[in-house]
Write a protein that binds this ligand. Structure first.
Ligand SMILES: [Zn+2]
Ligand SMILES: [Zn+2]
Length: 195
């Protein structure tokens, strides 16, 4: 089967069952899991599918079409794909926030309901898993979204280099989440509504 045929088949399978494990797809199509990962890459980049832990989920038409219009689930700002933070939930819903600032807050609110969270690497625009990312705060670059601003990087090295050039501090996921929660709790100008 050609890669393009497999991708077509994967789309069909996802349409039927919504959620597939990489191992199931590999068995179903008779190719290695490596090959499945390669086949999935363009589907994920197109936003048709979303990587979950050990598998893949269909991005349903309504989540793809309506979320950017609905705006950020925390602050209702319109979504800029360059900064967007996506939360994939246990009930198959996908929530989007405008940036890592709102993303980390929402992620904290939802806790165990989050199966996976992804956002673009600030420099390379590749999709990264947010709990593994590094976050830069208090930098001189202002992207014009929520304050305090948080910029995500896949590699600590890149975050450190960014900070060398533009200032700021580098945090792990859990540290960044803690810092933002503290700052938001201490601020009167907080426009975010908690659940
Ligand atoms: Zn927001
Ligand atoms: Zn924002």
């Amino acid at each position: 089967m050609l890669p393009i045929e497999r991708q077509h088949k994967i789309k069909e399978l996802l349409n039927d069952s919504h959620n597939m494990k990489i191992s199931e797809l590999s068995k179903e199509l008779g190719v290695s899991e490596m090959t499945i990962h390669r086949d999935l890459k363009p589907l994920i980049e197109e936003g048709l599918a979303i990587k979950t832990f050990g598998g893949v989920t269909l991005a349903s038409a309504d989540t793809r079409d309506s979320s950017p219009l609905e705006g950020c689930v925390i602050c209702s700002r319109s979504i800029n794909e360059r900064l967007a933070y996506r939360l994939i939930l246990t009930n198959n819903r996908i929530e989007m926030t405008c940036c890592a600032h709102c993303g980390l807050l929402r992620h904290h609110q939802l806790g165990d309901k989050v199966i996976q969270a992804i956002c673009p690497d600030f420099l390379r625009q590749t999709t990264i898993s947010t709990p593994l990312a590094w976050y830069v705060m208090d930098t001189s670059i202002d992207m014009g979204c929520c304050q305090p601003q948080i910029l995500p990087f896949e590699w600590k090295k890149h975050a450190n280099q960014f900070v060398k050039g533009f200032g700021g501090n580098v945090y792990r996921f859990s540290e960044a989440q803690e810092v933002i929660l503290q700052k938001m709790n201490g601020s009167d100008q907080c426009s975010h509504h908690q659940e």
